[in-house]
Design a protein around this ligand. Structure first.
Ligand SMILES: Nc1nc2c(ncn2[C@@H]2O[C@H](COP(=O)(O)OP(=O)(O)OP(=O)(O)O)[C@@H](O)[C@H]2O)c(=O)[nH]1
Ligand SMILES: [Mg+2]
Length: 619
């Protein structure tokens, strides 16, 4: 790939980025939810983005030079300054409709002069999404239409040099009247397409802010510019051009040498070429002598992009920072939650039940002799019916008040702790997000969208986290069973202790418990604190195998911590919370991924480094 192709690839990629960014800004504007970007800034970003995107597109870097378009001149200016009038003066015929109504011209209309084909290859890529019409077909309710027509220089114009070269003169809509925003795109597209700009100002409009904003917007492009000062009364003929020049020096220094053509006001009727032959000749001569340097054109587009880059991308960076802050918030909250899980469950002497659950598993393995004989005493051993009855009465009362509290009461220790921690986590995140929703803060759109999500999807999120907690709890049962197996193996190595267990008075109760578990009659966590269980646990830990058993217990605890950390906290919990920010674009967020921004910034830098050297041979 040579430099020219390279440059084309970079420009095409950059153009795609600018288009995507413009579309996102437009969507945010339509949603009226431009949080973090004030409306005026948003409006400015949209104008400069539209201009820059079109300017890159119209560079035609990959196009065949033989098929390049003829000279294009855009006549721009505020409403009623006389743009359409000036177009007609240059063409030497009433091609554009002139009207005293403000905002009269609403479509871009190109007039192709002699030999500047209006049906060439280059016309195909004009105004994407816009419909081409003839001048007569243009309707005010179809604002994305444009017209391109062929005109012949009249005999009079040909007789009076300078004649125009093959070129297209574009009459454009205004950018400052009430409805201008609706057809602004046509103005910017034409300005980007044009090789040279003819700015029409008038005595009344030469110092309007809108006119100077337009000048400032187009200045970096560096296109040759002529300023036509129309409707100058005799008293203003000297003073206004001077004042204009002084302002140019102050506000747009690169335009200080732009030619200024003053056109006298004719009190009676419309202005005709015959009224101002000298001025018309100046305008034509300017068009005829235009020399367009492709190299300067490319560097102008690069300057335009560079001038606005930070303004365009600052809201994106603020969003990325907000998203990073959210990830940091999630990480910190989950770390605290994990600490609380250790404190409230793993290191909690009453609540940590995994080892006791392992010993229950052990009982099932032991299948102590004589167990069958004591099945009948199971219920007394654990006083099960009485407690069940009491619990039943209590839960009936509670169910009427808070069903979730009842559900929670039936949870095992670990689940109960996790469920409480999930509630605390969600409350904390909601509070932290709400604190950052301040409309003045950059990136607040992200926080607002997140706040809405947490509010709308809070219940579903809670259920998802609870389901994950439950899965973790259930999957750890396998580890508990493995620990039971290890305990059993250890006991088999120690027949004396096994006999002690069998001889103990607790044995009958324990065996009954084991059977109760095996037959599924009693929830396991109800048994863990039964006196028989405690007796068994203490027998085991006091015996000769005490040290070994304690090591099994601490290993079990360590495994449970690791599984919770990796599978639950850093796994499913983190994933669910991070997914919460996916697809936020629909809620006032621009949503350009950081990688796309980094790629575009790199493309711009590479394109600038390459400069426009590769364009020169094709000129
Ligand atoms: N009397 C007089 N009228 C002028 C002169 N120049 C322009 N006009 C009038 O000013 C009005 C506006 O002229 P246009 O050429 O339509 O102005 P425009 O800038 O195209 O206006 P929009 O299309 O609305 O943006 C028309 O009524 C013209 O006849 C002049 O020198 N003398
Ligand atoms: Mg007009």
């Amino acid at each position: 790939m040579n430099d020219r192709d390279d440059s084309g690839v970079l420009a095409v990629r950059l153009q795609a980025f600018l288009r995507a960014l413009r579309e996102r800004y437009e969507r945010v504007q339509q949603q009226g939810a431009a949080a973090g970007v004030d409306p005026a800034t948003l409006e400015g970003c949209l104008s400069s983005l539209t201009l820059a995107e079109a300017a890159v597109r119209y560079l035609d870097l990959g196009a065949d030079p033989a098929a390049s378009r003829p000279l294009q001149v855009a006549v721009l200016g505020p409403t009623q300054t006389g743009k359409s009038t000036i177009v007609n003066l240059i063409l030497g015929m009433p091609a554009a409709v002139v009207s005293p109504l403000a905002g009269f011209t609403v479509h871009a209309q190109g007039f192709c002069v002699d030999g500047a084909a209006s049906d060439g290859e280059w016309t195909r890529q004009l105004f994407p999404g816009g419909t081409r019409r003839t001048s007569q077909e243009l309707r005010r309710d179809e604002l994305d239409a444009y017209a391109l027509s062929q005109v012949a220089q009249d005999a009079d114009a040909q007789a009076r040099p300078p004649t125009l070269p093959p070129c297209t003169i574009w009459d454009t809509p205004d950018f400052d009247s009430l409805a201008a925003r609706r057809y602004q795109r046509g103005v910017l597209e034409t300005a980007a397409l044009a090789d040279a700009h003819l700015l029409v100002l008038s005595k009344e409009k030469y110092s309007d802010l809108a006119a100077w904003n337009l000048l400032a917007l187009h200045e970096p492009l560096g296109r040759p510019m002529l300023i036509c000062l129309n409707k100058l009364t005799p008293d203003a003929f000297e003073a206004i051009p001077q004042s204009l020049r002084a302002r140019l020096a102050e506000r747009c220094p690169t335009l200080i040498d732009a030619p200024i053509v003053g056109i006298p006001y004719r009190a009676s009727g419309q202005l005709a070429a015959a009224d101002v032959p000298g001025e018309v000749a100046q305008l034509r001569a300017w068009v005829a002598n235009l020399h367009i340097a492709p190299r300067a054109k490319v560097s102008g587009v690069q300057k335009l992009i560079r001038r606005h880059w930070d303004d365009w991308t600052a809201p994106l960076c603020a969003e990325h920072e907000a998203l990073q802050a959210w990830q940091a918030l999630v990480s910190a909250a989950l770390q605290e939650m994990l600490d609380a899980y250790r404190r409230d469950f793993l290191d909690h002497p009453q609540r940590f039940d995994s080892f006791r659950r392992a010993t229950v598993g052990l009982l099932a393995l032991l299948e102590l002799p004589g167990a069958a004989g004591v099945i009948g005493r199971v219920r007394e051993a654990v006083t099960y019916p009485v407690r069940r009855l009491l619990a039943g009465g209590r839960s009936w009362l509670e169910r009427r008040r808070d069903p979730s509290a009842v559900r929670r009461r039936t949870l095992a220790g670990e689940e109960r702790v996790l469920f409480d921690l999930i509630d605390e986590l969600l409350v904390r995140l909601e509070r932290d997000v709400a604190r950052r929703c301040d409309a003045q803060q950059p990136g607040c759109a992200v926080w607002r969208a997140l706040g809405c999500r947490l509010e709308q999807q809070g219940d579903a999120l809670r259920e998802r986290l609870q389901a994950a907690a439950r899965r973790h709890h259930e999957s750890f049962a396998r580890e508990i069973q493995a620990a039971a197996n290890r305990l059993y193996e250890a006991l088999r190595q120690n027949p004396a202790l096994l006999n002690t267990l069998r001889a103990a008075r607790a044995t009958a109760d324990v065996a009954a418990l084991a059977l109760a578990i095996k037959t599924g009659g009693t929830p396991i966590h109800e048994l863990l604190f039964a006196p028989a269980m405690l007796a068994l646990s203490s027998l085991l830990t006091e015996g000769a195998l005490g040290a070994y058993l304690r090591s099994v217990e601490s290993e079990l605890k360590q495994r449970q911590l690791e599984q919770a950390r990796a599978g639950l906290f850093q796994g499913e919990f983190a994933r669910s919370l991070r997914e919460l920010v996916a697809g936020l674009e629909g809620a006032g967020v621009l949503g350009v991924p950081p990688e796309a921004l980094a790629q575009a910034a790199a493309d711009l830098a590479a394109w600038e480094r390459q400069g426009s050297a590769a364009v020169e041979p094709a000129a």
